[in-house]
Design a protein around this ligand. Sequence first.
Ligand SMILES: [Ca+2]
Length: 324
Amino acid sequence: MAAVTKKKKVIIDTDPGIDDAMAIFVALRSPELEVVGLTTIFGNVYTALATRNALHLLETAGRTDIPVAEGSHVTIKKATKLRIASFVHGSDGLGNQNFPPPAGKALDQSAAAFLVEQANLYPGQVTVVALGPLTNLALAVELDPSFPKKIGQIIILGGAYSVNGNVNPAAEANIFGDPDAADIVFTCGADILAIGINITHQVLLSDVDRKKLEQSDSKYARYLSNILGYYYDYHMDAYSITGVYLHDPTTLLAAVDPSLMTYTEGVVRVQTDGITKGLTVFDNTKKTYGEITAWCGKPTVKVAVTVDAPAVVELIMQRLLTDD
Ligand SMILES: [Ca+2]
């Protein structure tokens, strides 16, 4: 008899987003996971559009049983001037395909309230995969100080560890989107696993993979082939590469199979202003400094340091090329 393993409950906090769409589909196609909800946040698009896209993606997948909770429209410090990456994902966030509006609606509950509720319902059992700026998670920590201990794990796509950022040389986009929220989350004491662009810039969907998606009969592959064009164009313009970085799906796979990466542990603090706003600075805690530093006494987090990129791409493709 095959061993029945319990599915891991995940909430995906997301700003869809072309690679968010891919990550959400991979999650829905992964038997290891039970997606208990999507929460939305600004980033690739404004929050209201992120919610619309999240509902649309679930309807595309035939999974309207999964609730969507809308997240914050402003940063944790209530800033309304947001960095929106429409030049990466299209003004609709999904490659400018003019999809019809979704039929469904988000919950009345806010994203932060939903995160707190689920953590209380299933203490220690819910993994949050955070694929956008960390405002909703910081609000959850403020709403319920016991949230960090009740949430199972928070897997964060965020930061640039010992490499340049992708917004500017200092900062990675999700952290740059709300650095104050990121610093709250990184130091909140939850079981945190951070995956930075030092990892995700190793995971490239090639032109060959794109052709395989185009030729597939799977509804997920066909959908993604249509929206990926905009993302490929951006990568050619920005990085002079024929291929796209799989930031969000790679991070999602850390929930499916953590052994695809190796990790180190230390304290991460986030620069919240100045020219290095959004910089993630990792203290490996090996040295006892002469002075008290801003890293002293803060909880440690895990940060990914290596990735089996071919295995990640293979698993993503395997999940998307069928829709049984
Ligand atoms: Ca994202």
